[in-house]
Design a protein around this ligand. Structure first.
Ligand SMILES: Nc1ncnc2c1ncn2[C@@H]1O[C@H](COP(=O)(O)OP(=O)(O)OP(=O)(O)O)[C@@H](O)[C@H]1O
Ligand SMILES: [Mg+2]
Length: 251
């Protein structure tokens, strides 16, 4: 679903945010893209969705070369960015109608599609409430609904649970598990909530200062690092700290 080879991003000021990253996301994965602040996660997502140009390297999303198919790619992917605004004056339904129009959905299909995605994120009862009255959890769920409006094969979610209370986090997890299982959506997610990532992701990549430290199934990583980290009930969080803990290097 996603293949990158030696992906690199050097920003205009000379800062190398992503270094030779080779990632492999399979169809049907819930793929956790993990790393400390500043590791290059958002930069990588921006390259994968065609928003910024890589300095070098190859990248393919949905079997399409991203550099050559910037417009076509948009039909295959949904994106919930790290920070984004909502149109406060709209209701949830109007907001999704607006995005269904942007994606040029057939007018007749729009209403049904909006109802379907509202249901997927459990917002049907709030469809006619103004977004200004939505809680942060409801906003994030509406954001996820927005990514689904054109039936993408893969969605990119950059910290969708940031700032949510435990119930809000759990709601998002359940929505994602359901979307993946029932609708077959491949999910590329970044989050700092490693316990949740361990629960919902089948595969993860761990990056540190733009460099890939590991990419594997959660179980393989736990098995591999059991030999190095001597700890009962080893968790993904332990592996993460083991691979990324030298904070001096990051800053
Ligand atoms: N436009 C830019 N110009 C120069 N440097 C940038 C730019 N955008 C990001 N950076 C730097 O690139 C590095 C990676 O940033 P990025 O936002 O990709 O990290 P991240 O892994 O998403 O972090 P976080 O967990 O905080 O969201 C950081 O050091 C950041 O300061
Ligand atoms: Mg980020």
């Amino acid at each position: 679903m996603i293949n990158t080879q030696q992906l690199k991003k050097v920003y205009d000021n000379g800062f190398e945010a992503v270094k030779n990253l080779s990632l492999h996301v399979h169809k049907g994965d819930i793929y956790g893209f993990l790393g400390p602040n500043g590791a290059g996660k958002t930069t990588t997502i921006r390259m994968l969705i065609g928003l910024i140009e890589p300095t070098s390297g190859e990248l393919e999303v949905s079997n399409l070369n991203v550099k050559k198919n910037k417009e076509e790619i948009k039909k295959h992917i949904g994106v919930l960015p790290e920070s984004h605004g909502y149109y406060e004056w709209m209701t949830g339904e109007e907001y999704l109608q607006f995005f269904s129009a942007l994606h040029k959905l057939d007018k007749k299909q729009r209403k049904a599609k909006v109802a379907e995605v509202l249901d997927l994120v459990s917002l049907t009862s709030k469809a006619n409430v103004k977004i200004s009255q939505y809680s942060r959890g409801m906003r994030q769920r509406l954001g996820i609904a927005r990514t689904l409006i054109h039936d993408p094969e893969i969605i990119f979610l950059d910290e969708p649970t940031l700032g949510l209370d435990p119930q809000g986090q759990k709601d998002i997890e359940n929505i994602l598990l359901n979307l993946n299982k029932v609708n077959g959506v491949t999910i590329f997610i970044t989050s700092h909530l490693l316990k949740d990532i361990e629960k919902i992701c089948n595969r993860v990549a761990i990056v540190k200062t733009g460099t890939l430290m590991e990419e594997d199934s959660v179980q393989s990583l736990l098995d591999k690092y059991k030999k190095e980290i001597h700890k009962e009930d080893l968790s993904l969080e332990d592996v993460f700290f083991h691979l990324t803990s030298d904070r001096k290097e990051e800053q």
